[in-house]
Design a protein around this ligand. Structure first.
Ligand code: UT7
Length: 328
């Protein structure tokens, strides 16, 4: 019997309707379109509607996947959600999504790895499919960043947006699907990108409500330097390990944190712009949402057998790369 691999068999993205442009931000903080565009590549980002939570994104993603694949939600065995902005601290958004989308035969959980959440979750899904204990696993990467951003802090509010996507993983015995994974973390980087209040280390109290620690803090330059080095390193490493030359890679699917980080990774891999998925200008940095949002937008252009290299870097620090062969 041929080796079983985990292949993506459907993709669905979701972004909320409301658009927050650089011009809108100019009215909120001391910034300007020229600075944001030249430093990050971002022109606009999406914002969740009032009351719209992570599970609402997830339900739309699951429904879209089931419709595209022509399957019932009852056939889903497991849902893993990469996110740092779940509906509640507990229960997990995966539980809520399973309930609201009618996936009553599925179990699941949320996974916290910030911008690498989708890659980490994809690798978990891979294991359950390869072990053949589960037939249909949905992996979601999504975030409602607007729920943890301080819109008076120009260092963070210009970057982040809301949205995400998901994929269906199924067994493949023809050699398509996930070929290799490299995942890394370094917790000593935690102080440079974090939300410090609201966990067990510093619970929310009457005194600290509204203080800066309640929102995302980022030391941009330090994160930038680490992101450029590690994302490029890990993408190059997965190419080397799988004997892939620049010509062999059809698509780089990079986390969308900053266009300069994406360019540095593509340069290191020897890829021209035509083979790099970039939608940061429209959606900004949706944390765990960026990579599935790219796959969703590029789905029509992908061909069976295409070699994709997914790469991310984010808070934690967490980073990684996944090499897969597109299966449809
Ligand atoms: O997705 C998870 C991982 N996150 C990342 O990968 C993000 C990594 N970091 C970055 O993308 C960049 O560091 C930023 C886009 C966040 C910032 O860009 P930068 O080129 O590193 O800017 P900087 O922080 O070094 O600031 C340069 C200047 C400073 O002014 P002075 O000191 O040179 O006078 C800042 O005060 O730009 C100023 N500045 C701004 N000006 C206009 C900082 N933020 C803004 C702003 N608008 N929003």
């Amino acid at each position: 019997m041929n080796k079983i691999s985990a292949a993506i068999t459907a993709v669905q993205g979701y972004v909320p309707e409301r658009i927050l442009t650089n011009a809108d931000l100019e009215k909120m903080v001391d910034t300007n379109d020229e600075w944001i565009t030249s430093r990050t590549g971002i022109k606009e980002r999406r914002m969740a509607a009032k009351g719209e939570a992570l599970s609402d994104f997830g339900v739309k993603i699951v429904e879209g996947i089931c419709e595209k694949r022509g399957i019932s939600p009852l056939e889903i065995d497991m849902i893993v959600v990469g996110t740092i902005t779940g509906d509640y601290r507990f229960p997990s958004s995966a539980n809520v999504i399973c309930d609201k989308a009618g996936c009553t035969n599925a179990w699941g959980f949320d996974l916290s790895a910030a911008c690498s959440g989708f890659l980490y979750a994809l690798d978990i899904g891979r294991v359950y499919i390869e072990n053949q204990t589960h037939k249909k696993v949905i992996v979601i990467g999504a975030d409602v960043m607007s729920s943890i951003i301080n819109y008076e802090d120009r260092a963070t509010c210009i970057i982040f947006g809301d949205g995400g996507g998901g994929v269906l993983l199924e067994a493949n015995d023809e050699g398509y699907g996930i070929q290799d994974t490299i995942l890394r973390s370094d917790g000593s980087g935690r102080e440079y990108l974090l939300q410090s209040i609201g966990g067990s280390k510093e619970p929310i109290t009457k005194e600290n409500v509204g203080s800066p620690g309640q929102f995302v803090y980022q030391e941009g330059q330090t994160v930038f330097k680490n992101a450029v080095r590690n994302m490029a390193d890990v993408a190059a490493e997965i190419m080397e390990r799988n004997k892939l030359s620049s010509e062999d890679v059809d698509w780089l699917v990079p986390h969308q944190a900053n266009l300069r980080i994406i360019d540095a990774t593509a340069n290191r891999m020897g890829l021209d712009k035509e083979r790099v998925m970039v939608n940061i200008q429209k959606f900004g940095n949706t944390t765990a949402g960026t990579i599935p949002l790219c796959l969703w937008e590029w789905e029509d252009k992908l061909k069976k057998g295409d070699n994709l290299v997914l790469a991310s870097f984010g808070g934690g620090f967490t980073w990684g790369s996944i090499y897969l062969k597109w299966a449809y």
